[in-house]
Design a protein around this ligand. Structure first.
Ligand SMILES: [Mg+2]
Length: 228
């Protein structure tokens, strides 16, 4: 019996849209419009900087704390506004307070989960924190589809470490050949799952360019079924 393991951010839960909505609220709360920058311009910088920092974290080059402390300072600097470390941490705290209550899902997410849950056991493997990821799943109305929620803090490891995938297989009593990981990060989700002997489906809007063996690619969530 196959079991499906999903990444959450950027795969099921629409991180980009939800994060942008938070940035707009933060601009309103802190009166940042008066500083001559607009949230759209800021978000373009923030999105790239945040993604790059998370990629560095996956490679163990930086700590989680560095992301929390610096992503706002770096993003404001890029849009021409110098802020203090204290202000950066305050913005980040507001962001973390607002973000988990946002509910926008990736297109087709609810329908495909509802459909798949009739046949398969579904789980989450995420590099986020359990309380935050649980809140996002609940806000998005999809928490009930999942059996186990495996996160960085509960597993004590993070993707792409094959150890977190082995931990998940063990917790769900699933053989590697019966486990399929679905995620948007080639490095964290796909190579990590392969390292633990699982199949993996790369969900990405980019064309499929990887040439590794057993590489599976979709650009719409509803296409998952083609690979099951
Ligand atoms: Mg992701």
């Amino acid at each position: 019996m196959k079991q499906l393991f999903f990444d959450l951010d950027h795969t099921l839960w629409d991180f980009e849209q939800n994060a942008f909505d938070c940035i707009v609220e933060i601009f309103d709360l802190l009166n940042l419009h008066q500083k001559g920058i607009n949230p759209v311009e800021f978000y373009l910088a923030f999105s790239v900087i945040n993604r790059n920092l998370w990629h560095e974290l996956e490679q163990n080059l930086i700590s989680h704390e560095k992301i929390r402390n610096e992503r706002f300072k770096l993003s404001f600097a890029q849009t021409g506004l110098e802020i203090s470390s204290e202000q950066s941490i305050k913005c980040n705290q507001l962001f973390l307070d607002l973000l988990p209550s946002k509910k926008k899902l990736i297109d087709g997410c609810y329908q495909i989960l509802e459909n798949l849950s009739a046949t398969y056991r579904l789980h989450i493997i995420s590099n986020g924190y359990l309380d935050i990821q649980n809140a996002k799943l609940e806000a998005g109305g999809i928490l009930h589809f999942f059996d186990k929620i495996i996160t960085n803090d509960t597993a004590g490891m993070r993707k792409p470490d094959p150890g977190i995938f082995r931990y998940a297989l063990n917790l769900t009593d699933c053989l590697p050949q019966n486990g399929i990981m679905i995620g948007d990060s080639y490095h964290a989700d796909i190579l990590g799952a392969h390292g633990a002997g699982m199949q993996a489906i790369h969900f990405s809007h980019e064309p499929a360019i990887e040439t590794i063996p057993n590489y599976l690619h979709i650009n719409r969530l509803t296409d998952i079924k083609k690979h099951l």
